[in-house]
Design a protein around this ligand. Structure first.
Ligand code: IDP
Length: 157
């Protein structure tokens, strides 16, 4: 089952929480066949925001991004499945909702680059998924269990 166990980090941002999109977003990943292994409703503090978005420190939008991501609660999650990081990014869409195809989460629920509803680990940034999971979750917050539907989602489970 080893190639079905890739994990990726996903977070409904403060705009997504306020707009009541947690359930819709969780449903999409469940329906795809991914397995939820961690979830946390939380508020991001200044320090965590700087760590999470450290790569954008020198960008003009950085201060606004930190202010936004700390402005209200987020719903952080870890999802597991075959090729999970790349598949989740495909479901999320482009960074800019205006460039995102209908059917993607940002393409269906967003119009504005600064309020793009969801974060998901970048599959093109090697190890970003594991780094982000470690930043947001302790090992004992990730739940190890079997999902009975896996035998139907995967041909070779
Ligand atoms: P990603 O979230 O699709 O991985 P990143 O390039 O890592 O995109 O940017 C992180 C977040 O910073 C984006 O999701 C978006 O909310 C915000 N952001 C990126 N570029 C801009 C910009 O040019 N103006 C305002 N906000 C931006």
């Amino acid at each position: 089952m080893s190639h079905h166990d890739e994990r990726t980090f996903v977070m409904v941002k403060p705009d997504g929480v306020q707009r009541g999109l947690i359930g819709e977003i969780v449903s999409r990943f469940e329906e795809r066949g991914l397995k939820l292994v961690g979830g946390k409703f939380m508020r991001i503090d200044e320090e965590l925001a700087h760590e999470h978005y450290g790569e954008h420190e020198d960008k003009p939008f950085f201060d606004g991004l930190v202010e936004f991501i700390t402005s209200g609660p987020v719903f952080a999650m870890v999802w597991e499945g075959a090729d999970a990081t790349r598949q989740v990014r495909a479901m999320v869409g482009e960074t800019d909702p205006a460039e995102s195809a209908p059917g993607t989460i940002r393409g269906d629920f967003g119009l504005d680059l600064g309020h793009n509803v969801i974060h998901a680990s970048d599959h093109e940034d090697e190890g970003a998924n594991e780094r982000e999971i470690d930043l947001f979750f302790d090992e004992d917050e990730l739940v190890d269990y079997g999902l009975d539907t896996a035998a139907w989602v995967y041909e070779d489970e």
